[in-house]
Design a protein around this ligand. Structure first.
Ligand SMILES: [Zn+2]
Length: 174
């Protein structure tokens, strides 16, 4: 179905459009939008058959909802709006590796593939409050068919996290 988009490089000539890296870059843009709206820096989107069919960003603070992570919101959306075959053909792109809660939602939704920008473990080195059980570990132990790939955009994703969380800790020290 999809092109060998993670081949590295920047050929840009894929028949079906964007590469994995371009979609993750879009997820990072969505994470920036989350911050602009007063939320934490996480974004995600779903691609089905070469098209973005849903986008979301973190809304935990604006909605006062601890479960309003974009990956879980999108998994629930997919469960409502897509049939099982379509969900199996979906790739979810996330700016940061989905947490165990979201990984479980992705498993329940039967999303075929997940690609993320930076590992939760790497973010945890900055914030210390990530539940850093790898998404692939949750998926494996759930017995899920979902393929998990990443990190593929560590520097770009961490730049945003550092701009948000790095400043906070600097303020705390002053
Ligand atoms: Zn999550």
């Amino acid at each position: 179905m999809s092109d060998p988009a993670d081949a590295g490089g920047s050929s840009g000539g894929n028949e079906t459009g964007s590469t994995d890296r371009e979609y993750v870059d879009r997820a990072i843009e969505l994470a920036e939008e989350a911050v602009e709206m007063g939320n934490t820096p996480f974004g995600a989107l779903i691609v089905l058959d070469g098209e973005i069919v849903a986008e979301g960003h973190n809304e935990t603070l604006s909605e006062d909802d601890l479960a309003a992570h974009p990956e879980l919101t999108l998994a629930r959306w997919a469960g409502r709006e897509l049939d099982a075959d379509e969900r199996a053909r979906c790739t979810m792109y996330a700016s940061t590796e989905p947490c165990p809660m979201c990984a479980t939602g992705i498993h329940y939704a039967g999303i075929g593939r997940v690609v993320f920008g930076v590992a939760g473990e790497t973010l945890d080195e900055l914030t210390g409050d990530v539940v850093s059980i790898p998404c692939a570990e949750v998926i494996r132990r759930a017995g899920s068919e979902t393929a998990v790939e990443g990190p593929i955009a560590e520097a770009a994703a961490m730049e945003l996290h550092e701009s948000v969380y790095g400043d906070e800790s600097a303020d705390g020290e002053s």
